[in-house]
Write a protein that binds this ligand. Sequence first.
Ligand code: HEC
Length: 265
Amino acid sequence: MKRTRLNLVVDLAAIVLLLGMIATGFILWFPLPPGTETTRTLWGLTRYSWGHVHAWISLALLAVLLVHVALHWKWLVSVVGRRLGHEKMSARQTAVAGLITAVVLLIFASLFALLTFLNVRPLTESQRPGLPVTPGNAGSATTQNTVENPQSETGDEQTPPDTDLATDTIAAVSWSTDVWPILQRRCLRCHGPDRAAGNFRVDREEDFYGGDGGPLIMRGRSDASGLIDIVTGARRLPRPGSHRLAEDAVEVLKNWIDAGAPRVP
Ligand code: HEC
């Protein structure tokens, strides 16, 4: 391809990518604003996925701009060189200037990346998003528990079937600090907004109580809950390695279900 033709193609690509960035930016700003990650889709993609599209387009634009600069490098160096009082820049000097520029940019990019990693801080309890707690959630868990185990009104006498754990351990399980972190870390990437394998999402409460495979949780009965069979390996699913959890994580889920699978705190 002739050089002028190549320049034209590169510039056209830059314009198309720039328009793509504006369009996806518009999508992330207006039709799918922050907070709609789990509630809306546009043309089959959620806000998370559109964010990825936006990021990849911007990377492509960066690459095209770098090519653009590379194509004009000789001209650029001679202009800057003249400003600095070098009338003629040799090919060697041009190459060295390119190398130095690349190294300096790389150093700055690495420093920036390092800074971002060093400055990540955990969210405090009150800032943690977790699952939206709908007004019904808190009540329904306890109500259902009482209906299924009428004698557990006092909460202390009843030992759940098939568990020899004391009831006070069961009461100690918290949704936001014990249960959700397990699901978030181990399940969300395949069963979340980005990819809902088997049309099951751990961030959708109703998916645990209905859906294609029937209910996964029987409140108060971990021994009858499909979720426990899945994470212990008793029920085989594709990718068994991703579905089996360590013993202590299984215990947390069991205790939570035996306590009626409450969602607060
Ligand atoms: C690496 C990806 C991956 C991870 C991580 C993962 N799963 Fe899955 N899961 C799958 C795939 C693939 C299927 C099969 C989907 C299908 O049948 O089409 C599946 C199926 C399921 C199903 C069955 C849906 C149904 O009724 O057919 C449930 C429930 C489930 N997973 C729960 C979990 C839980 C709980 C975790 C976290 C402990 C988890 N998964 C982690 C990939 C994953």
